[in-house]
Design a protein around this ligand. Sequence first.
Ligand code: FE2
Length: 201
Amino acid sequence: MAHTLPDLPYAQDALAPHISAETLNFHHGKHHASYVSKMNKAIEGTDKESLSLEDLVLKADSEGDQGLFNNAAQTWNHTFYWNSMKPKGGGAPSGDLADRIDRDFGSLEGFKNAFSEAGAGQFGSGWAWLIVKDGKLAVRKTLNADTPLTEAGAVPLLTMDVWEHAYYLDYQNKRPDYIETFLDKVVNWDFAAENLANSGQ
Ligand code: FE2
């Protein structure tokens, strides 16, 4: 079975003005769609066709198949990114997630600083992540298509795309403005809390 491009979990204009419909049109409709279609082409007629997307990412990584890994990981990363945002997002987390952010980063501000530094400090294209590993929350930055899915014991909770295609139409070269807006206006804390609860950590 070929993998399909999932619909955005909200309307294309639902994150505007923070992330415009034009950005989502290109980012989801062209970039994400292209990763899905190249991945499908690469696995067509092979025994990898039956693998789940997560297993395909891990398999491509373990076999050192960089081309397949790039497209499979980008397919997974982008779906995770759409869910890491929501209309009228931002604000503060609550419950267990809030307590653990305070415990592991000192405060919400401490988390925001670490996450912003990861996003702004990722040279070139990549991602910033909130993960849980060994029962502790942590921030990661990854290059290009790299993803914490391949880090043993790590469970991704939240991600932010810092490839230029994620923000250039709305923010041009001002990546720090995009990062600040992501955290203040669109981040989906409910999604992170759900992932933490499901992580068993
Ligand atoms: Fe992207």
